[in-house]
Design a protein around this ligand. Structure first.
Ligand code: AMP
Ligand code: GLY
Length: 423
Protein backbone atom coordinates (compact mmCIF):
# COMPACT_ATOMS: atom_id res chain seq x y z
CA UNK A 1 0.00 0.00 0.00
CA UNK A 2 1.00 3.59 -0.52
CA UNK A 3 0.12 5.77 2.43
CA UNK A 4 -0.03 9.54 2.83
CA UNK A 5 0.28 11.08 6.29
CA UNK A 6 -0.84 14.68 6.70
CA UNK A 7 0.98 16.89 9.19
CA UNK A 8 4.46 17.95 10.25
CA UNK A 9 4.86 17.35 13.98
CA UNK A 10 6.21 14.72 16.32
CA UNK A 11 2.86 12.99 16.03
CA UNK A 12 3.26 12.57 12.28
CA UNK A 13 6.88 11.41 12.57
CA UNK A 14 5.61 8.76 15.01
CA UNK A 15 2.84 7.75 12.59
CA UNK A 16 5.40 7.45 9.78
CA UNK A 17 7.82 5.49 12.01
CA UNK A 18 5.10 3.03 13.04
CA UNK A 19 3.60 2.75 9.55
CA UNK A 20 7.03 2.05 8.06
CA UNK A 21 7.27 -1.08 10.24
CA UNK A 22 4.22 -2.62 8.57
CA UNK A 23 4.75 -5.26 5.86
CA UNK A 24 1.53 -3.94 4.32
CA UNK A 25 3.15 -0.59 3.59
CA UNK A 26 5.29 -0.14 0.47
CA UNK A 27 5.69 3.60 0.34
CA UNK A 28 4.95 6.57 2.59
CA UNK A 29 4.44 10.20 1.69
CA UNK A 30 4.16 12.90 4.34
CA UNK A 31 2.75 16.37 3.63
CA UNK A 32 4.43 18.58 4.59
CA UNK A 33 6.53 16.45 7.00
CA UNK A 34 9.78 17.35 8.77
CA UNK A 35 13.42 16.23 9.00
CA UNK A 36 12.37 13.05 10.82
CA UNK A 37 9.81 11.93 8.26
CA UNK A 38 12.30 12.77 5.48
CA UNK A 39 14.45 9.85 6.70
CA UNK A 40 11.71 7.23 6.25
CA UNK A 41 9.27 8.75 3.78
CA UNK A 42 8.97 11.23 0.93
CA UNK A 43 8.05 14.71 2.12
CA UNK A 44 5.82 16.76 -0.15
CA UNK A 45 5.52 20.47 0.47
CA UNK A 46 1.73 20.74 0.55
CA UNK A 47 -0.38 22.33 3.26
CA UNK A 48 -2.69 19.97 5.16
CA UNK A 49 -5.72 22.08 4.20
CA UNK A 50 -4.86 22.38 0.50
CA UNK A 51 -7.32 19.67 -0.58
CA UNK A 52 -6.84 20.32 -4.30
CA UNK A 53 -3.09 19.71 -4.18
CA UNK A 54 -3.63 16.70 -1.94
CA UNK A 55 -5.96 15.26 -4.57
CA UNK A 56 -3.34 15.72 -7.30
CA UNK A 57 -0.73 14.02 -5.13
CA UNK A 58 -3.03 11.09 -4.29
CA UNK A 59 -3.90 10.47 -7.94
CA UNK A 60 -0.35 10.92 -9.20
CA UNK A 61 1.11 8.36 -6.76
CA UNK A 62 -1.92 6.05 -6.54
CA UNK A 63 -2.13 6.56 -2.80
CA UNK A 64 -4.39 4.00 -1.09
CA UNK A 65 -4.76 5.53 2.35
CA UNK A 66 -4.61 8.99 3.92
CA UNK A 67 -3.92 9.31 7.64
CA UNK A 68 -4.86 12.75 8.93
CA UNK A 69 -2.72 14.02 11.83
CA UNK A 70 -4.06 17.45 12.87
CA UNK A 71 -7.63 18.66 13.40
CA UNK A 72 -7.83 21.49 10.84
CA UNK A 73 -8.30 19.37 7.70
CA UNK A 74 -10.82 17.16 9.54
CA UNK A 75 -12.89 20.11 10.75
CA UNK A 76 -12.72 21.50 7.20
CA UNK A 77 -14.09 18.21 5.88
CA UNK A 78 -11.22 16.40 4.17
CA UNK A 79 -12.88 13.02 4.65
CA UNK A 80 -16.08 14.26 3.00
CA UNK A 81 -14.00 15.82 0.21
CA UNK A 82 -12.61 12.35 -0.59
CA UNK A 83 -16.01 10.63 -0.35
CA UNK A 84 -17.67 13.21 -2.60
CA UNK A 85 -15.06 12.86 -5.36
CA UNK A 86 -15.47 10.04 -7.91
CA UNK A 87 -11.71 9.69 -8.32
CA UNK A 88 -10.97 9.68 -4.58
CA UNK A 89 -13.84 7.84 -2.94
CA UNK A 90 -12.00 4.47 -2.98
CA UNK A 91 -9.14 5.95 -0.90
CA UNK A 92 -9.27 5.07 2.81
CA UNK A 93 -9.21 8.18 5.00
CA UNK A 94 -8.37 7.80 8.69
CA UNK A 95 -10.17 10.60 10.49
CA UNK A 96 -13.83 11.46 11.10
CA UNK A 97 -16.11 13.20 8.63
CA UNK A 98 -16.85 16.91 9.05
CA UNK A 99 -20.08 16.47 11.04
CA UNK A 100 -18.28 14.34 13.64
CA UNK A 101 -15.17 16.54 13.68
CA UNK A 102 -17.39 19.22 15.21
CA UNK A 103 -16.75 17.42 18.50
CA UNK A 104 -13.44 19.27 18.40
CA UNK A 105 -14.47 22.13 16.11
CA UNK A 106 -17.14 23.43 18.47
CA UNK A 107 -17.06 23.24 22.27
CA UNK A 108 -20.82 23.87 22.38
CA UNK A 109 -21.47 20.99 19.98
CA UNK A 110 -19.32 18.72 22.18
CA UNK A 111 -21.15 19.80 25.35
CA UNK A 112 -24.54 19.18 23.74
CA UNK A 113 -23.35 15.74 22.62
CA UNK A 114 -22.08 14.91 26.14
CA UNK A 115 -25.35 15.95 27.79
CA UNK A 116 -27.52 14.26 25.15
CA UNK A 117 -25.77 10.95 25.83
CA UNK A 118 -25.51 11.32 29.61
CA UNK A 119 -21.72 11.33 29.62
CA UNK A 120 -20.22 12.87 32.79
CA UNK A 121 -18.84 16.38 32.20
CA UNK A 122 -18.87 19.85 33.77
CA UNK A 123 -22.11 21.88 33.88
CA UNK A 124 -22.10 24.71 31.32
CA UNK A 125 -24.00 27.38 29.43
CA UNK A 126 -23.07 29.07 26.19
CA UNK A 127 -23.34 32.71 25.17
CA UNK A 128 -22.90 34.98 22.17
CA UNK A 129 -22.58 38.74 21.66
CA UNK A 130 -26.36 39.16 22.03
CA UNK A 131 -26.49 37.83 25.59
CA UNK A 132 -23.29 38.99 27.29
CA UNK A 133 -25.36 40.21 30.27
CA UNK A 134 -26.77 36.69 30.73
CA UNK A 135 -23.19 35.45 30.70
CA UNK A 136 -22.33 37.83 33.56
CA UNK A 137 -25.35 36.52 35.50
CA UNK A 138 -24.32 32.92 34.90
CA UNK A 139 -20.80 33.69 36.13
CA UNK A 140 -22.33 35.07 39.34
CA UNK A 141 -23.99 31.70 40.01
CA UNK A 142 -20.60 29.89 39.83
CA UNK A 143 -17.76 29.61 42.30
CA UNK A 144 -14.24 30.63 41.22
CA UNK A 145 -12.16 29.72 39.30
CA UNK A 146 -14.18 30.53 36.18
CA UNK A 147 -13.64 28.52 32.98
CA UNK A 148 -14.25 30.37 29.69
CA UNK A 149 -13.88 28.53 26.39
CA UNK A 150 -13.96 29.96 22.89
CA UNK A 151 -16.38 27.75 20.99
CA UNK A 152 -14.24 27.29 17.86
CA UNK A 153 -10.68 26.22 17.09
CA UNK A 154 -8.19 28.66 18.58
CA UNK A 155 -4.91 26.74 18.18
CA UNK A 156 -5.11 25.45 21.74
CA UNK A 157 -5.29 28.95 23.21
CA UNK A 158 -9.04 29.42 23.56
CA UNK A 159 -9.51 28.33 27.19
CA UNK A 160 -9.17 30.86 30.01
CA UNK A 161 -9.29 30.00 33.70
CA UNK A 162 -9.73 33.03 35.94
CA UNK A 163 -9.96 33.48 39.68
CA UNK A 164 -11.55 36.90 39.79
CA UNK A 165 -15.16 37.42 38.71
CA UNK A 166 -14.56 40.91 37.33
CA UNK A 167 -11.68 39.64 35.28
CA UNK A 168 -13.86 36.76 34.06
CA UNK A 169 -16.58 39.22 33.00
CA UNK A 170 -14.04 41.43 31.22
CA UNK A 171 -12.58 38.44 29.38
CA UNK A 172 -16.05 37.21 28.41
CA UNK A 173 -16.76 40.61 26.88
CA UNK A 174 -13.39 40.68 25.17
CA UNK A 175 -14.03 37.25 23.64
CA UNK A 176 -17.62 37.91 22.53
CA UNK A 177 -17.59 41.60 21.67
CA UNK A 178 -13.95 42.33 20.77
CA UNK A 179 -13.36 38.95 19.08
CA UNK A 180 -10.33 38.15 21.24
CA UNK A 181 -9.96 34.81 19.43
CA UNK A 182 -11.49 36.00 16.16
CA UNK A 183 -14.48 34.04 14.88
CA UNK A 184 -13.59 31.20 17.30
CA UNK A 185 -14.90 33.26 20.23
CA UNK A 186 -18.14 34.45 18.60
CA UNK A 187 -19.63 31.95 21.03
CA UNK A 188 -18.24 31.18 24.48
CA UNK A 189 -18.93 28.18 26.69
CA UNK A 190 -18.74 28.93 30.41
CA UNK A 191 -18.13 25.82 32.49
CA UNK A 192 -18.17 24.69 36.06
CA UNK A 193 -14.55 24.26 37.22
CA UNK A 194 -13.58 20.65 37.86
CA UNK A 195 -10.88 20.05 40.42
CA UNK A 196 -8.81 16.93 39.87
CA UNK A 197 -5.96 15.33 37.96
CA UNK A 198 -6.05 15.09 34.17
CA UNK A 199 -5.37 12.18 31.87
CA UNK A 200 -6.18 11.30 28.29
CA UNK A 201 -7.84 8.24 26.85
CA UNK A 202 -7.40 7.30 23.18
CA UNK A 203 -9.95 5.27 21.33
CA UNK A 204 -9.94 3.86 17.81
CA UNK A 205 -13.30 3.45 16.14
CA UNK A 206 -14.70 2.41 12.78
CA UNK A 207 -18.02 4.01 13.70
CA UNK A 208 -19.47 0.81 15.20
CA UNK A 209 -16.68 -1.00 17.01
CA UNK A 210 -13.99 0.46 19.19
CA UNK A 211 -10.63 -0.40 20.71
CA UNK A 212 -9.10 1.44 23.63
CA UNK A 213 -5.43 2.40 23.39
CA UNK A 214 -3.18 3.06 26.40
CA UNK A 215 -3.84 6.12 28.54
CA UNK A 216 -1.36 8.99 28.65
CA UNK A 217 -0.80 12.18 30.57
CA UNK A 218 0.74 15.23 29.00
CA UNK A 219 2.42 18.24 30.56
CA UNK A 220 1.00 21.39 28.99
CA UNK A 221 2.68 24.22 30.87
CA UNK A 222 6.07 25.57 29.86
CA UNK A 223 7.42 25.73 33.42
CA UNK A 224 8.41 23.13 35.96
CA UNK A 225 5.78 22.26 38.54
CA UNK A 226 3.10 23.00 35.90
CA UNK A 227 3.64 26.75 35.92
CA UNK A 228 3.73 29.44 33.25
CA UNK A 229 2.10 29.60 29.85
CA UNK A 230 0.29 26.78 28.09
CA UNK A 231 2.14 25.03 25.28
CA UNK A 232 1.21 22.31 22.80
CA UNK A 233 2.68 19.84 25.31
CA UNK A 234 6.13 19.51 26.91
CA UNK A 235 6.19 15.78 27.59
CA UNK A 236 4.05 12.74 28.25
CA UNK A 237 3.88 9.50 30.19
CA UNK A 238 2.03 6.26 29.35
CA UNK A 239 0.41 4.44 31.05
CA UNK A 240 -0.97 6.82 33.66
CA UNK A 241 -0.08 5.16 36.99
CA UNK A 242 -3.21 6.34 38.83
CA UNK A 243 -5.53 4.86 36.20
CA UNK A 244 -6.29 1.57 37.96
CA UNK A 245 -8.28 -1.21 36.30
CA UNK A 246 -11.34 -0.14 38.24
CA UNK A 247 -10.98 3.44 37.06
CA UNK A 248 -10.34 2.34 33.46
CA UNK A 249 -13.48 0.26 33.65
CA UNK A 250 -15.45 3.35 34.67
CA UNK A 251 -13.97 5.25 31.72
CA UNK A 252 -15.03 2.50 29.33
CA UNK A 253 -18.56 2.07 30.71
CA UNK A 254 -19.46 5.68 31.48
CA UNK A 255 -17.57 7.47 28.71
CA UNK A 256 -16.22 5.35 25.84
CA UNK A 257 -19.30 3.18 25.23
CA UNK A 258 -21.84 6.04 25.28
CA UNK A 259 -19.50 8.10 23.07
CA UNK A 260 -19.32 5.41 20.37
CA UNK A 261 -23.04 4.57 20.50
CA UNK A 262 -23.80 8.31 20.61
CA UNK A 263 -21.85 8.87 17.38
CA UNK A 264 -23.90 6.18 15.65
CA UNK A 265 -27.22 7.42 17.08
CA UNK A 266 -26.49 10.98 15.98
CA UNK A 267 -25.34 9.87 12.49
CA UNK A 268 -21.85 11.23 12.99
CA UNK A 269 -19.61 9.14 10.67
CA UNK A 270 -16.37 8.38 12.46
CA UNK A 271 -13.39 6.31 11.32
CA UNK A 272 -10.37 7.32 13.30
CA UNK A 273 -8.97 8.28 16.66
CA UNK A 274 -11.06 9.79 19.46
CA UNK A 275 -8.91 11.59 22.01
CA UNK A 276 -10.89 12.05 25.21
CA UNK A 277 -9.47 14.60 27.63
CA UNK A 278 -10.51 13.49 31.11
CA UNK A 279 -10.26 14.71 34.64
CA UNK A 280 -10.44 12.45 37.68
CA UNK A 281 -12.64 14.16 40.24
CA UNK A 282 -12.54 12.08 43.42
CA UNK A 283 -12.83 8.60 41.92
CA UNK A 284 -14.97 9.62 38.96
CA UNK A 285 -13.86 10.35 35.39
CA UNK A 286 -15.38 13.38 33.67
CA UNK A 287 -14.88 14.60 30.13
CA UNK A 288 -13.08 17.92 29.66
CA UNK A 289 -12.94 17.80 25.88
CA UNK A 290 -12.98 15.69 22.78
CA UNK A 291 -10.30 15.90 20.11
CA UNK A 292 -10.84 14.12 16.82
CA UNK A 293 -7.22 13.11 16.31
CA UNK A 294 -4.29 11.82 18.34
CA UNK A 295 -2.53 14.09 20.82
CA UNK A 296 0.94 15.47 20.41
CA UNK A 297 3.15 14.52 22.33
CA UNK A 298 0.84 11.73 23.58
CA UNK A 299 1.25 9.89 20.25
CA UNK A 300 4.98 9.69 20.93
CA UNK A 301 4.29 7.49 24.00
CA UNK A 302 1.10 5.70 22.94
CA UNK A 303 2.10 4.39 19.48
CA UNK A 304 5.51 3.04 20.52
CA UNK A 305 3.64 0.87 23.07
CA UNK A 306 1.34 -0.53 20.39
CA UNK A 307 2.65 -3.88 19.20
CA UNK A 308 -0.09 -4.49 16.63
CA UNK A 309 0.51 -3.50 13.01
CA UNK A 310 -0.91 0.02 12.69
CA UNK A 311 -1.66 -0.34 8.98
CA UNK A 312 -3.65 -3.50 9.66
CA UNK A 313 -5.63 -1.54 12.25
CA UNK A 314 -6.23 1.32 9.79
CA UNK A 315 -7.41 -1.17 7.14
CA UNK A 316 -9.81 -2.70 9.65
CA UNK A 317 -11.13 0.76 10.54
CA UNK A 318 -11.70 1.54 6.90
CA UNK A 319 -13.53 -1.78 6.33
CA UNK A 320 -15.55 -1.43 9.55
CA UNK A 321 -14.00 -4.65 10.86
CA UNK A 322 -12.15 -3.28 13.86
CA UNK A 323 -13.60 -6.08 15.99
CA UNK A 324 -11.52 -8.62 14.04
CA UNK A 325 -8.31 -7.07 15.38
CA UNK A 326 -6.55 -7.85 18.65
CA UNK A 327 -4.72 -4.88 20.05
CA UNK A 328 -1.46 -5.87 21.73
CA UNK A 329 0.24 -3.42 24.05
CA UNK A 330 3.81 -3.38 25.34
CA UNK A 331 3.64 -3.70 29.14
CA UNK A 332 6.56 -1.32 29.60
CA UNK A 333 6.09 2.35 30.38
CA UNK A 334 6.97 4.99 27.80
CA UNK A 335 7.82 8.62 28.39
CA UNK A 336 8.70 11.49 26.13
CA UNK A 337 10.34 14.85 26.78
CA UNK A 338 9.87 17.68 24.30
CA UNK A 339 12.86 19.86 23.43
CA UNK A 340 11.68 23.36 22.61
CA UNK A 341 13.16 26.57 21.22
CA UNK A 342 14.17 29.16 23.83
CA UNK A 343 11.32 31.67 24.20
CA UNK A 344 8.57 29.23 23.17
CA UNK A 345 5.54 29.45 23.56
CA UNK A 346 6.19 33.14 22.93
CA UNK A 347 8.56 34.48 20.26
CA UNK A 348 11.58 32.29 19.43
CA UNK A 349 14.28 32.02 16.79
CA UNK A 350 14.47 29.31 14.16
CA UNK A 351 17.25 27.80 12.04
CA UNK A 352 19.44 26.58 14.93
CA UNK A 353 21.50 23.51 14.10
CA UNK A 354 20.62 20.41 16.14
CA UNK A 355 23.64 18.28 16.99
CA UNK A 356 24.25 14.99 18.78
CA UNK A 357 21.39 12.98 17.26
CA UNK A 358 23.83 10.24 16.16
CA UNK A 359 24.71 9.65 19.83
CA UNK A 360 21.16 8.90 20.98
CA UNK A 361 21.06 5.35 22.36
CA UNK A 362 18.06 3.37 23.51
CA UNK A 363 15.67 6.30 22.98
CA UNK A 364 13.82 7.45 19.88
CA UNK A 365 14.12 11.05 18.71
CA UNK A 366 10.82 11.97 17.07
CA UNK A 367 11.33 15.18 15.10
CA UNK A 368 8.73 17.95 15.32
CA UNK A 369 9.70 21.54 14.45
CA UNK A 370 12.89 20.46 12.69
CA UNK A 371 13.86 20.58 9.04
CA UNK A 372 16.80 19.85 6.76
CA UNK A 373 18.79 22.83 5.50
CA UNK A 374 22.12 22.50 3.66
CA UNK A 375 22.38 18.87 4.85
CA UNK A 376 22.00 19.95 8.45
CA UNK A 377 19.07 19.38 10.77
CA UNK A 378 17.89 22.76 12.04
CA UNK A 379 15.02 24.00 14.20
CA UNK A 380 11.92 25.25 12.39
CA UNK A 381 9.34 25.49 15.16
CA UNK A 382 8.69 25.96 18.86
CA UNK A 383 8.46 22.30 19.74
CA UNK A 384 11.54 20.79 18.11
CA UNK A 385 11.94 17.16 19.06
CA UNK A 386 10.39 14.56 21.40
CA UNK A 387 12.76 12.09 23.06
CA UNK A 388 10.88 8.88 23.81
CA UNK A 389 12.14 6.01 25.97
CA UNK A 390 10.83 2.76 27.43
CA UNK A 391 11.36 1.48 30.95
CA UNK A 392 9.98 -1.05 33.37
CA UNK A 393 8.71 1.96 35.28
CA UNK A 394 8.08 5.48 34.02
CA UNK A 395 10.92 6.67 36.26
CA UNK A 396 13.35 4.36 34.47
CA UNK A 397 12.07 5.51 31.09
CA UNK A 398 12.30 9.19 31.95
CA UNK A 399 15.88 8.75 33.18
CA UNK A 400 16.85 7.34 29.78
CA UNK A 401 15.24 10.27 27.97
CA UNK A 402 17.16 12.76 30.11
CA UNK A 403 20.44 10.85 29.64
CA UNK A 404 20.02 11.13 25.88
CA UNK A 405 18.95 14.76 26.03
CA UNK A 406 22.33 15.49 27.64
CA UNK A 407 23.90 14.47 24.32
CA UNK A 408 21.73 16.81 22.23
CA UNK A 409 22.25 20.47 21.61
CA UNK A 410 20.88 23.49 19.81
CA UNK A 411 21.22 27.16 20.66
CA UNK A 412 18.72 28.13 23.42
CA UNK A 413 17.37 24.57 23.74
CA UNK A 414 14.84 24.32 26.56
CA UNK A 415 12.90 21.44 28.12
CA UNK A 416 11.12 20.53 31.32
CA UNK A 417 13.25 18.58 33.75
CA UNK A 418 10.30 17.33 35.80
CA UNK A 419 8.13 15.26 33.45
CA UNK A 420 6.17 12.80 35.62
CA UNK A 421 6.83 14.84 38.78
CA UNK A 422 3.22 14.66 39.97
CA UNK A 423 2.66 10.93 39.58
P1 AMP B 1 -9.57 22.18 26.70
O1 AMP B 1 -9.04 22.92 25.52
O2 AMP B 1 -11.07 22.11 26.77
O3 AMP B 1 -8.89 20.87 26.91
O4 AMP B 1 -9.08 22.99 27.99
C1 AMP B 1 -7.71 23.26 28.18
C2 AMP B 1 -7.34 22.97 29.61
O5 AMP B 1 -8.11 23.77 30.50
C3 AMP B 1 -7.61 21.54 30.05
O6 AMP B 1 -6.58 20.68 29.72
C4 AMP B 1 -7.76 21.72 31.54
O7 AMP B 1 -6.48 21.80 32.15
C5 AMP B 1 -8.41 23.05 31.66
N1 AMP B 1 -9.86 22.91 31.79
C6 AMP B 1 -10.77 22.91 30.79
N2 AMP B 1 -12.02 22.77 31.26
C7 AMP B 1 -11.94 22.70 32.60
C8 AMP B 1 -12.88 22.55 33.65
N3 AMP B 1 -14.20 22.51 33.43
N4 AMP B 1 -12.42 22.50 34.91
C9 AMP B 1 -11.09 22.58 35.16
N5 AMP B 1 -10.15 22.72 34.22
C10 AMP B 1 -10.56 22.78 32.95
N1 GLY C 1 -1.17 17.46 23.79
C1 GLY C 1 -2.48 17.95 23.64
C2 GLY C 1 -3.02 17.91 22.28
O1 GLY C 1 -2.50 17.30 21.38
O2 GLY C 1 -4.09 18.50 22.08
Amino acid sequence: MTILILGSGGREHTFAWKTAQSPLCDKIFVAPGNSGTAQIATNVDIKVTDFKSIKTLVLEHKIDMVVVGPEDPLVQGIHDFFLDDKELKHVAVIGPQKAAAELEGSKEFAKEFLFRHNIPTAAYESFDANNVEDGYKFLETLKPPYVLKADGLAAGKGVLILNDINEAKAELKSMLVDAKFGAASAKVVIEEFLDGIELSCFVLTDGKNYKILPTAKDYKRIGEGDTGLNTGGMGAVSPVPFATDEFLNKIEEQIVKPTITGLAKDNLPYKGFVFIGLIKVGDEPKVIEYNVRMGDPETEVVLPRLKTDLVEIFKAISNERLNDIDIEIDERAATTVMLVSGGYPEAYEKGKEITGLENVEDSIAFHAGATIKDDKIVTSGGRVMAITSFGNTYQEAIKKSYQNIDKLHFDKMNYRKDIGFDL
